[in-house]
Write a protein of this length. Structure first.
Ligand SMILES: Nc1ncnc2c1ncn2[C@@H]1O[C@H](COP(=O)(O)OP(=O)(O)OP(=O)(O)O)[C@@H](O)[C@H]1O
Ligand SMILES: [Mg+2]
Lengths: 239, 305
């Protein structure tokens, strides 16, 4: 029983297709409370599909998604966001023609009453966003946009944050600071499901990982074990 | 000839007409951006509301009930057509914008047919009759507020301009300062992104129908005040103009639509003054649109879709 209680997200036998294209085949995975779990896989492996299906964007062909013990398989996205999960989309998904402040408030769309408090918290954690709150999001640098996307996700008071390839297109030093942010958030108690092609760095900061290939989980385990796995080292770490 | 007073009178005149164009174009653009429909018959719905308001005022002689009827019928038409549009929109991934045009066109044709066969034998309706306006309030607004030589500004024009400014300001306040407005703008920029953040697309779409319904009804009341009459072909004329303004400004460009709509109102008023018959203002307006669209096919301020 105890084992079950500390699972925040459970995905069972999830299959998803887009028309005739089978994107996911019987995927099983779980995230425990307080964990960083990383999805590793090359382009088209199905990382985004998993996250978007969990969030409620796609209707799966089969399988079940359970969040905090509740079956959420058929929930629409806005209901799941209200329910405590959020996604930082691939490519950030900030609204370029809207101000930084508006972008943040969009994250708290379902509970604007408490948005003031959360804004203070977010501006404390990301001072640069406070300085630029009236600037259009389109004028931010890549790293700042990624921060904005993460901050916007926090505005929805999530318990689990899914982060889809945060490091894409960022300079190595910025990538490091984004990973630091994620690790700190995790220490504050947020459970994190992360997808990355920067396999080494992701596994370094994660607790566990799943390796995806053409829509299937081909390997799973503790992050350090995956890091030391010769097959993975060869396929993803070029060693 | 043209002197400064006449010019000022014409500009006031043009701005009051222009503020009506602003309301029409912004409603059209909102439906385009948020509900994702090309609703070029939106102005026809507003003419329908003018007719409903006329019918109610004819029966009751009450101005308040007339305004209420205008707003209620615009909201009603929007809410009745919403499920049909939403049905097409349900699969947001493959937005079938052509189908929305067919529905809009059909609605426009039905309304125009109805007004030209069933109401007043198809003759233009007037708000200045004894039955519609028993207290003579509307007729009183025809009196000149200021007179400058041959040209005068009537109370109705001043009233339209002031109310128009208030309505436009209120509309842009809703768009830029409220929760619903923020969601509108997010969906307008990136519907898929808005959904990922947790903005409910269908619910927000319905809110845009309600807002444009209220807007449409109030615009109908203003038009009745400014024009004092309506005819069955008014809706199509306005429909063409609104589509023209929106394309010239850049489809979906809210700020651009505001500027072009006001400019068009002023140009029309000045042309009307110069030819003092008024029948050339549409010709000049469309010639101007033609020239601009040839020079700037994506609109003066750029498409925002
Ligand atoms: N909307 C869609 N329509 C059709 N096929 C899609 C769609 N989205 C994804 N796919 C396909 O599903 C498979 C999985 O894609 P997905 O985006 O989940 O991969 P990914 O691991 O996130 O890749 P990347 O690292 O490039 O982001 C791919 O074959 C992709 O082409
Ligand atoms: Mg992806």
């Amino acid at each position: 029983m105890e084992q079950k209680d500390d699972i925040i997200l459970q995905v069972r036998d999830l299959s998803v297709s887009y028309g005739h294209i089978k994107a996911l085949r019987e995927v099983n995975l779980e995230v425990r409370k307080g964990e960083i779990v990383v999805l590793v896989g090359s382009n088209g492996a199905g990382k985004t599909s998993i996250m978007e299906t969990i969030l409620g964007v796609n209707t799966p062909d089969a399988g079940q998604v359970t969040f905090e013990g509740r079956d959420i398989t058929k929930n629409p996205v806005d209901k799941n966001v209200r329910g405590g999960m959020t996604l930082v989309p691939e490519g950030r998904g900030v609204f370029a023609t809207m101000s930084v402040l508006d972008n943040l408030l969009l994250g708290a769309h379902h509970e604007l009453k408490t948005a003031g408090k959360k804004l203070n918290f977010v501006f404390e954690s990301f001072p640069v966003l406070g300085v630029r709150k009236n600037q259009l999001a389109g004028t931010l640098s890549g790293g700042e946009r990624q921060m904005l996307a993460i901050a916007r996700a926090l505005m929805s008071t999530p318990r689990m944050i899914m982060v889809d390839e945060p490091s894409i297109g960022l300079a190595p030093i910025v990538v490091n600071s984004i990973f630091d942010i994620l690790v700190n958030l995790n220490k504050e108690g947020y459970s994190i499901l992360l997808s990355e092609q920067n396999v080494y760095k992701a596994l370094k900061c994660a607790h566990r990982g799943y390796v995806l290939e053409t829509g299937r989980v081909i390997k799973e385990g503790r992050a350090e074990d995956l890091l030391n796995d010769p097959a993975i080292r060869e396929a993803y770490l070029g060693a | 000839m043209l002197n400064i007073e006449i010019l000022i009178a014409q500009i006031v005149n043009g701005l009051s007409l222009g503020s009506i164009y602003v309301l029409l174009v912004t409603g059209f653009n909102l439906l385009l951006l948020v509900a994702m429909i090309i609703h070029f018959s939106f102005p026809v719905i507003i003419v329908f509301s003018i007719y409903m308001s006329w019918i109610v005022m004819n029966l009751t002689g009450s101005l308040a009930l007339g305004i209420l009827a205008a707003v209620a019928s615009a909201i009603l038409v929007n809410m009745v057509s919403a499920p049909i549009f939403q049905h097409i929109m349900r699969k947001r991934g493959s937005v079938d914008i052509n189908a929305t045009m067919v529905i809009s066109m059909g609605m426009g044709m039905l309304i125009t047919e109805w007004t030209s066969h069933a109401i007043n034998n198809g003759f233009p309706i007037s708000f200045e009759t004894e039955a519609v306006d028993p207290h003579g309030w509307l007729r009183a607004t025809r009196a000149p507020f200021i007179r400058a030589g041959l040209v005068s500004i009537s109370y109705s024009q001043v009233l339209t301009l002031l109310t128009g400014i208030i309505l436009v300001a209120a509309l842009f306040w809703v768009l830029y300062k409220t929760k619903a407005g923020r969601a509108f703008r997010a969906i307008a920029e990136n519907p898929d992104g808005a959904r990922l953040v947790g903005i409910p697309l269908l619910k927000t779409g319905v809110q845009s129908y309600i807002l444009t319904g209220i807007l449409g009804g109030l615009t109908a009341a203003l038009m009745a005040l400014l024009l004092g009459q309506a005819s069955p072909d008014l809706g199509d004329q306005l429909g063409h103009k609104v589509l023209g303004i929106s394309i010239i400004a850049g489809l979906g460009n809210l700020g651009g639509g505001l500027v072009i709509a006001l400019l068009l109102g002023i140009v029309e008023a000045i042309v009307q003054g110069v030819f003092s018959g008024g029948s050339w203002s549409n010709t000049v307006a469309f010639l101007l649109m033609l020239v601009i669209v040839l020079a700037k096919p994506r609109g003066v301020f750029g498409i925002k879709l």
